[in-house]
Design a protein around this ligand. Structure first.
Ligand SMILES: NC(=O)c1ccc[n+]([C@@H]2O[C@H](COP(=O)([O-])OP(=O)(O)OC[C@H]3O[C@@H](n4cnc5c(N)ncnc54)[C@H](OP(=O)(O)O)[C@@H]3O)[C@@H](O)[C@H]2O)c1
Length: 271
């Protein structure tokens, strides 16, 4: 299997690291960047073949010429030009895998002239192998290629196949959703400090709580059940839950998730 990673920065590099963790042969991968410095850093870090457009204006075209899978990690605004650049050099059976936010499958198809498109949406924990990666494929991508791409990305996190519309909903739950967990952690640290606890201690306690809650959720994927298990009537957690309910926490969260997904859809229609 041959993989070209076109534009390999923060997210492209994180996913590529996951692909290698999942067992792909570094020799089968060629990764391109804008600058030579980025290419050198990547080669040192991941052990893959690299090329930069700074050193070789043909780098992207050369990289895709042999590739079965082309991972597209350039910035969204650079996608149209990048696809125009590589379109003529793609193998006819190449599968394009775009991670660009706000770039639809329809746009990717139009700009590349190919209908073998997989659109993915990773979240930032992909960088540490604990991401959630939404994956939406066109009907022209053979099912075995979808499975291969899902298998390759599994080293970066949990790959969940869905429709493109569900991918927009996923952005509000997971892509942006990681930040909601960070916000809760941030506010809990502030609540500790407001009650006189040192910030370092509050942060340590909150980070440990978040990590522990995540582990428990992975073992028992039933958030309501786990919550109920620590909530005895008249107890401390019950007092906190009553306060959350009084402030209509559920509605606050749903509004935020809908706002993120609505923004994702709006960005895609040029807003
Ligand atoms: N970061 C996230 O949390 C996140 C989450 C979901 C989706 N995404 C998507 O991931 C994509 C990349 O975002 P990012 O945050 O990883 O950006 P980034 O770190 O800036 O990465 C962009 C990469 O493209 C390279 N590049 C620039 N011009 C190029 C060219 N002409 N040919 C080939 N490579 C070129 C850059 O090289 P240099 O380093 O040399 O400039 C860099 O390696 C975006 O489409 C974004 O929507 C990101």
């Amino acid at each position: 299997m041959t993989i070209a990673s076109i534009g390999t920065g923060s997210m492209g590099g994180a996913l590529l690291a996951g692909v290698l963790r999942g067992g792909a042969d570094p020799e089968s991968v060629i990764a391109t960047t804008g600058s030579r410095a980025s290419a050198d850093g990547l080669r040192e870090r991941l052990g893959v073949r690299t090329a930069s457009v700074e050193e070789d204006t043909e780098a992207n075209r050369t990289a895709v010429a042999d590739a079965e899978f082309v991972l597209l990690g350039v910035k969204p605004w650079a996608m149209k030009d990048t696809l125009a650049e590589i379109a003529g050099s793609l193998r006819p059976d190449a599968v394009l895998v775009s991670m660009a936010a706000g770039v639809s499958i329809a746009q990717l198809t139009e700009w590349s002239g190919s209908s073998r498109i997989i659109r993915i949406m990773p979240n930032t924990p992909s960088a540490v192998g604990h991401g959630v990666i939404a994956l939406a494929a066109t009907a022209d991508v053979p099912q075995e290629s979808v499975a291969e791409v899902a298998g390759l990305l599994a080293g970066a996190g949990d790959v969940v196949e869905m429709t493109e519309d569900e991918l927009q909903t996923m952005i509000g739950l997971s892509g942006s959703g990681v930040a909601y967990f960070f916000l809760l952690a941030e506010k809990l640290v502030e609540a500790g400090v407001a009650q006189g606890m040192g910030e370092e201690m509050a942060r340590r306690i909150v980070v440990g709580t978040a990590a522990g809650a995540g582990r428990l959720l992975e073992e028992t994927p039933d958030p309501a059940g786990l919550r109920t298990a620590v909530t005895s009537k008249g107890g401390t957690t019950h007092a906190a839950m009553t306060s959350f309910e009084g402030d209509d926490f559920g509605a606050i969260v749903e509004r935020a998730a809908r706002a993120a997904s609505a923004r994702a859809r709006e960005m895609e229609s040029g807003g």
